[in-house]
Ligand binder design. Structure first.
Ligand code: ADP
Ligand code: GLC
Length: 485
């Protein structure tokens, strides 16, 4: 269907502002859909970093009253994307994080900061701006979750709506008394409205009213139907199972390309794997690890949170070190985990290296220089770091959950004889299962030809946005055709 237009509504977008994989996906989706003939524009809040990057801006709308202040909507270009930016200083122009203040506390007005995002997303969907009338409004996660609800309650003609769940653990629940402030009708505070266990649930609202629900891997789409992973929303998801789809994320293969990556000391390909050694040496040097090419080097690039299961790695350090392996960890988040990893590094100089913080360049070096990437998540909607690991020839060692289960082929006997394994999977998510996964990894490492074969298998995996882009485009087309019928 040529000429399809979509508005993507999101609270973060790479390369402008990012706290996790959500930004990567929102940043890559427009390009993936452009390849399918779909024109996508992205609506984002005007945080300082976004305002600074905005170019060729033109005022698209002026709001005299936007949740407690005046605001402007700019259209323009930023980070290589066509964007609409909400310039509302009273909501977004502040230091600190995009969701939290300098002390790590959620901003007290997040309810209205992200209601404004959704309200404007809905407004653009309903023709607020001349010159861009989207056929599809695509909301991401709880921050954009009210978009389908605003579209619904506005009544009248509206575009098709989709919500993508990137992580159901974050649901955006706010006090019911905000209903009027949010401009929602009294009737919305009901089980078939935005009400969620006595609160206003932003993600719940999106799941209730979107025409289609997607999540970022087929396995996660099944897992969230069950109480353990559905986190309270499984009932609604079961009701709406007919419109729920799992579409695996892709990787931005222009950003993550070992053959051209300017952030690496040495570029390489599956045909020149020996060149990878220079990256391993640079990584060991960076963390003052013993410069031993034979030591099995595990890498981690992650948010530090319960989801990611890194406490299990901290618990298993003895096993890892007894095998003669090394570990580098780049991450930020939970203070208790931060302290545990810092202590581990201090106690094991030359063997364990830890950097706390966010560092794009180091993330690339870890993917290109470590032998294996650890992703022991308790749940993982998709996960992107195992995709870059595959592409960079770092064998992913992952739990068999969500997108990790869908993207890594366990190197078991059958996979070995068929020559198709790309990493190590384990379950359940326990320290003892991790121990055996570490031992299996070490055994494979000792069989260097088998290791090399697995690296080549991994690097040959199709992890780009090509397939997912086509999948989203088909979903948009089907939805638009269905509504036109
Ligand atoms: P999540 O979104 O749950 O954090 P993903 O694996 O989907 O997990 O995406 C994480 C993204 O953030 C990847 O692009 C990864 O490289 C990046 N990342 C995570 N932690 C860091 C860090 N400390 N420094 C640099 N990049 C990081
Ligand atoms: C979330 C999930 C992660 C996923 C990312 C992008 O942050 O935790 O698994 O890859 O969103 O969809």
């Amino acid at each position: 269907m040529p000429g399809l237009k979509a508005l993507s509504v999101a609270s973060e977008v790479f390369p402008l502002v990012k706290t996790g994989g959500l930004a990567d996906v929102v940043g890559a989706l427009p390009g993936a859909l452009a390849a399918e003939g779909v024109e996508v524009r992205t609506l984002v809040p005007g945080y300082p970093a976004v305002m600074a990057a905005l170019q060729d801006r033109q005022e698209a709308y002026y709001f005299e009253h936007l949740f407690g202040g005046a605001g402007r909507l700019w259209s323009g270009r930023a980070g290589g994307l066509d964007v609409y930016v909400i310039d509302a200083p009273h909501l977004y122009d502040r230091p600190g994080g995009i969701y939290v203040d300098a002390d790590g506390q959620d901003w007290g007005d997040n309810a209205i900061r992200f209601a404004a995002l959704a309200a404007i997303g809905s407004g653009i969907g309903r023709g607020l701006i001349s010159g861009f009338a989207p056929d599809v409004v695509h909301a991401h996660d709880w921050q954009a979750g009210l978009t389908p609800a605003y579209l619904h309650y506005a009544g009248g003609r509206r575009p098709a709506s989709i919500i993508t769940v990137h992580n159901i653990a974050f649901q955006g629940q706010f006090p019911a008394h905000l209903l009027d402030t949010l401009g929602l009708p009294r009737s919305a505070l009901a089980i078939d409205g935005v009400e969620y266990y006595g609160t206003i649930g932003y993600l719940k609202a999106g799941l209730q009213f979107a025409d289609r629900i997607t999540t970022v891997s087929p396995s996660y789409a099944e897992e969230i139907l069950l109480p353990e992973a559905g986190m309270g929303l499984e009932g609604l998801l079961n009701q709406r199972q007919g419109v729920l789809h799992g579409i695996l994320n892709g990787l931005d293969t222009a950003v993550w390309d070992p053959e051209t990556d300017a952030l690496l000391p040495a570029t390489f390909s599956a045909g020149t794997l020996e060149r990878r050694g220079a990256n391993k040496a640079a990584l060991q040097a960076r963390f003052a690890l013993e410069p031993d090419p034979e030591a099995l080097l595990f890498g981690i690039v992650s948010r530090l949170s319960w989801q990611k299961g890194l406490d299990l790695v901290a618990d298993s350090l003895g096993v890892l070190l007894d095998m003669g392996a090394q570990l580098v960890m780049l991450g930020a988040g939970d203070p208790v985990l931060t302290e545990r990893f810092r202590t581990a590094a201090a106690a094991n100089p030359g063997r364990v290296g830890v950097q706390i913080g966010y560092d794009e360049g180091l993330a690339h070096l870890i993917q290109a220089g470590s032998d294996a990437l650890l992703v022991p998540s308790r749940f993982e909607p998709c996960g992107l770091t195992q995709l870059s690991a595959l592409r960079y020839g770092a064998l992913p060692v992952v739990t068999r959950v969500g997108g990790l289960a869908d993207t890594v082929v366990d190197i078991n006997e059958a996979a070995r004889s068929a020559g198709v394994g790309t990493g190590i999977q384990f379950q359940p998510v326990t320290a003892s299962a991790l121990h055996s996964a570490l031992r299996r990894t070490a055994a494979l490492w000792r069989d260097r030809p088998a290791w090399r074969q697995a690296q080549r298998n991994a690097m040959a995996c199709e992890v780009s946005w090509q397939r997912p882009g086509a999948h989203y485009a088909r979903l948009y087309e089907d939805l638009v055709a269905e509504r036109a019928a």
